[in-house]
Design a protein around this ligand. Structure first.
Ligand code: PRP
Ligand code: ADE
Length: 178
């Protein structure tokens, strides 16, 4: 099934002024009620990464998990978790990043990836890019390489994908909302 951007956008839902005034929230939940949409998205990502050197999927808490686990299963490679700080047991490493107001932090278990691994970071959406950049910092500090950052949706006006590419990380997305 080839990727049909218009179809996916027709299934997606936009909620204005949520969670705060001025935000156009791009809601992915309807995609998971539509097997055709979900399969189209998964197939497109699998085609891109099937015959590559990617060794691990690092998916981001929480919406990134929904796509990341499908990808890891289909590509038959390990899935590692990038979680909001305070959710993972054992020895962890965290990095903070800026939000519009204040800061947030993501963390990984220190044995999640290591030298020689080529890690694909996977999330649902790129806005300011802060989450993916913090995840990539951790992955590099653990000695692994970031192969690419992939997400279903890019919000190019927020320049996050540009920032990630400026940091030397290729970015791949399937949809953009200007
Ligand atoms: C959203 C989204 C990305 C991140 C993108 O997650 O799922 O992970 O924001 O924003 P950024 O590019 O500005 O960093 P959120 O933190 O809302 O968490 P959730 O997945 O638990 O809803
Ligand atoms: N995360 C950050 N910005 C978002 C938006 N506009 N819609 C959905 N998730 C988001």
């Amino acid at each position: 099934m080839s990727f049909d951007e218009c179809y996916i956008k027709s299934v997606m839902r936009t909620i204005p002024d949520w969670p705060e005034p001025g935000v156009m929230f791009r809601d992915i939940t309807p995609l998971f009620k539509d097997p055709k949409a979900l399969r189209m998205i998964a197939d497109s990502f699998i085609q891109r990464y099937i015959d590559t050197e990617v060794t691990h999927i690092a998916s981001i808490d929480a919406r990134g998990f929904l796509f990341g686990s499908i990808m890891a299963y289909q590509l038959n490679i390990p899935l590692v978790l990038v979680r909001k700080k305070g959710k993972l047991p054992g020895k962890t490493i965290h990095r903070e990043y800026a939000l519009e107001y204040g800061t947030a932090a993501v963390e990984m278990q220190v044995d999640a990836v290591s030298k020689g691994d080529k890690v694909l970071i996977f999330d649902d959406l790129i806005a300011t890019g802060g989450t993916i950049l913090a995840a990539s910092t951790i992955i590099k500090e653990l000695g692994a390489e970031v192969y690419e950052a992939a997400a279903l949706i890019d919000l190019p006006d927020l320049k996050g994908s540009e920032l990630i590419q400026q940091a030397g990380i290729p970015v791949y997305t399937l949809l953009a909302y200007e």
